[in-house]
Every structure is written in C-alpha cells, then in structure tokens.
Design a binder for this molecule. Structure first.
Ligand code: SAM
Ligand code: DTB
Ligand code: SF4
Length: 338
C-alpha cells in the first residue's frame, strides 16, 4: 500500500536520527508530494540533526582534460558526438594544475576537483594524474577527481597518491538512464563506485535534475544513492546546464521549486551526506539558492568556471553567503600540508 501523506509525516517524525538503506521509490515519491512547507520542515530538521546549520563546504573545479570524449551523454558539451564549439584541450601540465589549486585554496575552497573528459583513463593518464594529486594535496587542500570508469587497481593507485574523493555520478534513475546515455550501462557506473569504495576513497555521487525525467525518475535516482551499501559522502545535485549543440539543449526548464524538492529529498534520505548545490547556479536567483540551502544543501562549487560552463563569480557567492549569514567551512578533513 502506498502510504498516505500523513503516514509519511508520522514516519518521518518517528525516524529521527536513523540512517536507512531501504528506501523505496514510492516512499521518496511521497516526499516529493508533501506540501512544500512540510518537506522543508523535515529536511531542515534532519539537516540540523547532522550538520551545522549555517556553514557550506566549498569545492573548486578544474577541467584538466577537456572535450573529445567518446561517450554520448546527452547533456554533455564534452562529447565528441555533439558540435558545441568547445575547444579541446589535452591533459594540463602539472604546474598549471598546481597553480590553479593554490589559487582555489587562497580564495577559500577546501576541496579541489579535477575533471577529465574520459570514458576511462589510460594507465599513463593515471600516472600523470597521480602526480597532480600528490602536488595538490601537499598544498593542504582536499583532492577530488572525476575521470570516468576506473578498475579496482586504478582506484587504489589514486588512493595511494592521496586522493580524498572520487566523483562518479549515477545521473538519473536506472529506467531513464538509457534515454540519456547509450555508451555505458548503469551497472558500469555501479561497478566503478564499488571499486572506488573498496579502495577506501570517499564517494561523491549524485545526478542531474531537468533532463526531462519524471518525479518517479528523481525518486529512483535518490533510492539508488540512498540504498548503496554506504551513502556517498558527497551528493552533487546538478540542474541541467542546457548547452547549445547537445541533444538536451531545448529541454524545458525545471520548476525551481521542484529542484528545491529534489535537494530536500536528498537531505532526508541521506542525512549525513554533504548535499552539493552543483551545476546550474549561474541561472538561479539568490532566493532560489537560499531555499536550496534551507532544504539541506551544504556544499557548492565555488569559482567562475565549472568544467566548461560558467558558475557565479566568487564575489557574488561571498555576497550571497554574507546576506544569509552563512560561512564557508574551513576545516579540510584529512588534507594537511606536508
Ligand atoms: N567523464 C567523467 C564522467 O562522466 O564521469 C567525468 C566528467 S563528467 C563532466 C561529470 C559529471 O558532470 C557528469 O556525470 C554529469 O552529472 C555532470 N554534467 C556534465 N554536463 C552537465 C550539464 N550540462 N549540466 C549538468 N551537469 C552536467
Ligand atoms: C558534478 O556532479 N558536477 C560537476 C562535477 N560533478 C564534476 C560538473 C558539472 C559540469 C557542468 C557542465 C560543464 O561545465 O561542462
Ligand atoms: Fe564524457 Fe563524462 Fe561528458 Fe559523458 S559526462 S560525455 S563521460 S565527459
């Protein structure tokens, strides 16, 4: 039986403090169906139980290898299959990456995320990126990488180099996935996530809202994430950046309140995870971003550029956080200068 809204409210109140791995898609759909204020109330309650209420973690992204990706992800400007006018760039030199990481740290980021447009990295790429990770970590900033599919041995190599987090998104529900990507399977994604976990890396895994998926698909993605053996430490919720030339360029924009609902449902289903308000902030109003933080988002990408598209200027973000009385998290767990 599908629980009534009032049952969901009671269940949520009773489930105080519990970390679950048995969420059903129907239960999460019920969260989406709650009156907005009820959903926000529960998300905020869960948030305050597990996190400080007025801080955000800030990560800065750098595209270390850009474009010419063989995959066909329908949202992505970096796929070789779509003409998006993007300039390709080979793997960046170590010095450039070190300088960008130092600048990110100086600007106040506590994590530096290196993204590469690979289906999966070649061994020589892993060796070069391991060297980057060593250098970046030595600056005293957490490291994250997103390089596509990894073997268990590659995941261990990155861990040994000092990598703190690996980002690998499930992107959407298993049912909708085939509409967006045909060149790799959902199981391929899950296999890499298992390899990353087995190597002892922190997992950063989330998805995209606004690709034409249904609310059931959004609930399906969150059920997949929340029912992993261990919740991802970091859950990026991206709003689709509609890039001209990609198959999803003309997708109807998502209702901003539905996006906020997705953040709230992520917060409730994964209470201890950092939920990152990720791509798409450039087109969001300050008020919408404030609602996302109220819904339980406690991490952002910070700096003018995501991978290939724009992000709010650091000044605008600092002004927004100041207006909200929110401060940047300072403690970079694990990363120390050495
Ligand atoms: N190639 C690697 C992979 O796919 O795992 C790493 C880089 S890929 C760009 C990382 C993530 O960025 C994707 O999984 C997707 O969730 C997100 N992303 C890419 N293009 C996007 C867009 N136009 N809007 C929102 N998110 C996007
Ligand atoms: C994630 O979930 N979002 C980031 C990061 N992980 C790698 C990437 C967003 C990319 C947006 C499109 C672009 O700038 O190319
Ligand atoms: Fe390649 Fe990653 Fe873009 Fe897919 S999302 S096309 S794998 S860079």
């Amino acid at each position: 039986m599908v629980p009534s809204k009032s049952h969901t409210m009671k269940d949520l109140s009773a489930a105080r403090g519990s970390i679950r791995h048995d969420w059903t898609v129907a239960e999460i759909e019920q969260l989406f169906a709650l009156p907005f204020a009820d959903l926000m109330y529960h998300a905020q309650r869960v948030h305050r139980e597990h996190h400080s209420a007025n801080t955000v973690q800030m990560s800065t992204l750098l595209s270390i290898k850009t474009g010419a990706c063989p995959e066909d992800c329908a949202y992505c400007p970096q796929s070789v299959r779509y003409d998006t006018g993007l300039e390709r760039e080979a793997l960046l030199p170590l010095d450039t990456v070190r300088a960008q990481a130092a600048a990110a740290r100086a600007a106040g980021a506590t994590r530096f995320c290196m993204g590469a447009a690979y289906r999966s990295p070649k061994q020589k790429d892993v060796v070069a990126i391991a060297a980057m990770i060593r250098e970046v970590r030595a600056l005293g900033i957490e490291t994250c990488a997103t390089l596509g599919m990894l073997t268990p041995a590659q995941a261990r190599e990155l861990k040994d180099a000092g990598l703190d987090y690996y980002n690998h998104n499930l992107d959407t529900s298993p049912e909708f996935y085939g509409e967006v990507i045909t060149t790799r399977t959902y199981q391929d994604r899950l296999d890499t996530l298992a390899a990353v976990r087995a190597a002892g890396l922190n997992v950063c895994c989330g998805g995209i809202v606004g690709m034409g998926e249904t609310v059931t698909d959004r609930a399906g993605l969150l059920a997949q994430l929340a029912n992993l053996p261990q919740h991802p430490e970091s859950v990026p919720i991206n709003q689709l950046v509609r890039v001209a030339g990609t198959p999803l360029a003309d997708t109807a924009p998502v209702d901003p309140l539905d996006f906020v609902r997705a953040i709230a449902a992520a917060r409730i289903t994964m209470p201890k995870s950092y939920v990152r308000l990720s791509a798409g902030r450039e087109t969001m109003s300050d008020e919408m971003q404030a609602l996302c933080l109220l819904a339980g988002a406690n991490s952002i990408f910070y700096g003018e550029q995501l991978l290939t598209t724009g992000n709010p200027a650091a000044e605008r973000d600092r002004a927004l956080l100041a207006r909200l009385g929110v401060t940047a998290e300072t403690g970079a767990a694990g990363a120390t200068a050495h």
